[in-house]
Design a protein around this ligand. Structure first.
Ligand code: GNR
Ligand code: NI
Length: 184
């Protein structure tokens, strides 16, 4: 088990476009995926993209069933290994609903910012699993939100990019200041 450092905005590495993963997976890529899961549960978060731990590969992990507080409580305060861990490799949306839905989003790389974001309400996704098998399925509700949020990271996009210019500049100011204070 290894927890990796999560990059915090503003950081140029969060703006990189990640490259495709090749199969079969190397031991190195397998250990990156294991560390991503450990880091997500430790944070705690419902998803994590490889970009957020400084790895420019098209991989994300999610666990949208995970309720950090309840699960930790049942496990004596310790994070658990996995609840409903999903690994998404080389994901691509093949369809997006014309109808939009609004959810309040947050991001482990943008601490203490929670804002409403509009996104397509449902999506069809094609992705590969750890064996290189291709899958395609439809998602809606919070799953659709979380997947779109994660795969934006792989293109160097953050949820705050989808807010008004004014909100973006206020958030950038606040987090730049926060970073300076922490680095002192
Ligand atoms: O933990 C997370 N919660 C969350 C809530 C609403 C919409 C998206 C998310 S993803 C986020 C973890 C994260 O930053 N993933 O990239
Ligand atoms: Ni995020």
């Amino acid at each position: 088990m290894a927890i990796r450092e999560i990059l915090i905005y503003p950081d140029d590495r969060l703006r990189e476009v990640a490259g495709p993963v090749e199969f079969p997976l190397t031991d190195e890529v397998r250990s990156i995926i294991q560390d991503m899961a450990d880091t997500m549960y430790d944070a705690p978060g419902v998803g994590l993209a490889a970009t957020q731990v400084g790895v420019p590969l098209r991989i994300a992990v999610t666990d949208t069933d995970w309720r950090s507080e309840e699960v930790r409580h049942e496990n004596g305060g310790e994070p658990v290994a996995a609840c409903n861990l999903k690994v998404w490799i080389n994901p691509e949306f093949t369809w997006r609903d014309a109808g939009m839905a609004t959810w309040e989003e947050g991001c482990l790389s943008v601490p203490e910012v929670y804002e409403d974001v509009d996104r397509p309400a449902a999506v069809r996704l094609r992705w590969q699993d750890m064996d290189g098998e291709t899958h395609e399925a439809d998602f809606e509700g919070f799953q659709a939100v979380a997947l779109q949020h994660e795969f934006d990271h792989l293109d160097g996009v953050l949820f705050i990019d989808r807010l008004s210019r004014l909100k973006q500049s206020m958030i950038k100011k606040r987090l730049t200041k926060r970073k300076k204070l922490q680095n002192q």
